[in-house]
Design a protein around this ligand. Structure first.
Ligand SMILES: Cc1ncc(COP(=O)(O)O)c(C=O)c1O
Length: 462
């Protein structure tokens, strides 16, 4: 390992980084990004990378968008902070809530602002509990999520998340959080099972879980339309078509976690539109402001709002809120971002480039290291396997995903590797056709380097 630069050494001595082996990181140090423009970012040495992950699935409008910078600066000059507690308000929050209601895929009555996806999903859970207390059914409180789902890391959101790394030794999930089957055909379908049959079986599994727990105790089902951090898992055909009637039958609220899929990632404004289901409420964040500033929201229907009125009347206040929820500068930036999505037809144009992205993605399935290349819109997952025929994964200690990430960095591409050695791709929606070609050229070279490394090290062996 070459010695760490001064800045990298200071990082190692001062920061705790999420989602890294903290011990190994002391040797490798960080990749320090200094600036960005369009779909490119540059490190402290001036090396250019295609940001193949739009940061963390969020910088949909790319870097250096002067309109967003100006929206923030103008709002900061005018009113740098105001809150929404105790009946106070400000125009950016009002306008943004109106805009979200206008573009919502289902009838939405009210919007509650938060700062992150985790806070939004924590809020969803608290609202479901609050509502069912208001409706006089205090036993109906359990929440169903799915294995491999990612809904965040605060205590309730981490309990929704269905990934072992987010649970182990953190003493979550809390009681009352249930995980049903992961809708990943490649990994979990039985031999010869069609996508439709797999979806039927998953719906039956969900129903069996609800019945076993007691339908009077199960309150809600939460799902990402396409799972992101769990490995970009596109559900099998007819999945939501079959899941929704189960939820209706047992009177479960359905929450769509649109934190990644919202604002165009799948080619429609909201992911549930692409997947064809109608949730009761939605969580949004990330691309809502193109991540120029943090902001998230929970969008709720009138029935929820009516129950919230009942409960807050009884208690005397709606006792939930974050200091920075609906921050005026973040709200002004989100409003501008949505204006740009609409004015410049960003989502429509991204949907037009999706076939090229998906064609290049799916062509990777021919690579000797790739078990499955999957995706929809401008999101993709590339699952690396030691043996394509048996789908046998690499041993975790080989760290093949992390190694491809490093080879990709050498090639000038930022991608991520998530659990199960799945490379994830989610570039800014403003990526051009030429840049998509370049992204996949760079990724292919990284995979070829990884193949050499695997072959010479005999790393695919058991
Ligand atoms: C679908 C989904 N929900 C929730 C979250 C949590 O968001 P945050 O990291 O802003 O708390 C994420 C983060 O990646 C996500 O992908």
């Amino acid at each position: 390992m070459p010695p760490l630069s001064n800045l990298a050494a200071r990082d190692v001595e001062t920061l705790v980084h999420p989602y890294i082996n903290l011990a190994a990181f002391r040797e490798t140090g960080p990749l320090i990004i200094e600036r960005g423009q369009g779909v490119f970012v540059y490190d402290t040495e001036g090396k250019q990378y295609i940001e193949g992950m739009a940061g963390l699935w969020c910088t949909a409008l790319g870097y250096g968008n002067e309109e967003l910078v100006e929206a923030a600066a103008a709002q900061m000059r005018k009113l740098s902070f105001a809150h929404l507690f105790t009946g106070r308000s400000h125009d950016p929050a009002i306008e943004l809530a109106e805009k979200l209601k206008e573009i919502a895929p289902v009838p939405i009555s009210k919007v509650f602002f938060c700062n992150s996806g985790s806070e939004a999903n924590d809020t969803q859970i608290k609202l479901v509990w609050y509502l069912n207390n208001a409706r006089g059914r205090p036993e109906k409180k359990k929440i169903v999520s799915r294995m491999n789902a990612y809904h965040g890391v605060t205590v309730a959101a981490a309990s929704l998340t269905g990934l072992p790394t987010n649970h182990r030794d953190f003493d979550v999930p809390l009681p009352g959080f249930l995980h049903t089957g992961c809708p990943h055909h490649y990994r979990f379908a039985q031999p010869g099972e069609s996508e439709e049959d797999f979806a039927t079986r998953l719906a039956a599994e969900l129903e069996a879980l609800i019945v076993k727990e007691g339908p009077d105790t199960v309150a809600a089902f939460i799902a990402e339309p396409v799972m992101g951090a769990g490995g970009v898992i596109v559900p099998p055909r007819t999945y939501f078509e079959k899941i929704m009637p189960v939820c209706t039958k047992h009177d479960l609220f359905v929450i769509s976690d649109e934190v990644i899929c919202g604002f165009g990632r799948l080619g429609t404004t909201f992911g549930c539109e692409k997947l064809g289901f109608k949730p009761h409420s939605l969580s949004v964040a990330k691309a809502m402001s193109s991540a120029y500033l943090p902001i998230a929201a929970v969008m709720v229907p009138e029935t929820w709002y009516q129950a919230m009125l009942v409960e807050s009347r009884k208690i005397g206040a709606f006792g939930h809120g974050f200091t920075y929820g609906g921050h005026p500068v973040s709200a002004a930036v989100a409003l501008k971002a949505i204006e740009i999505y609409q004015r410049d037809r960003i989502i429509e144009k991204a949907a037009k480039r999706a076939p090229l992205f998906q064609a290049r993605l799916k062509a990777l399935a021919a690579h000797p290291l790739v078990g499955e290349a999957r995706g929809v819109g401008l999101i993709g997952g590339v699952e690396l396997v030691a043996d394509k025929k048996s789908k046998r994964p690499f041993l975790a200690q080989v760290g093949v995903g992390a190694r491809v990430v490093r080879f990709a960095e050498e090639e000038g591409l930022i991608v991520r590797s998530v659990a199960g050695d799945v490379l994830t791709l989610s570039p800014p929606l403003v990526i051009s056709a030429v840049e998509i070609e370049e992204l996949f050229d760079r990724l292919t070279r990284a995979l070829d380097k990884a193949l050499d490394w695997v072959t010479h090290g005999h790393l695919a062996q058991v």
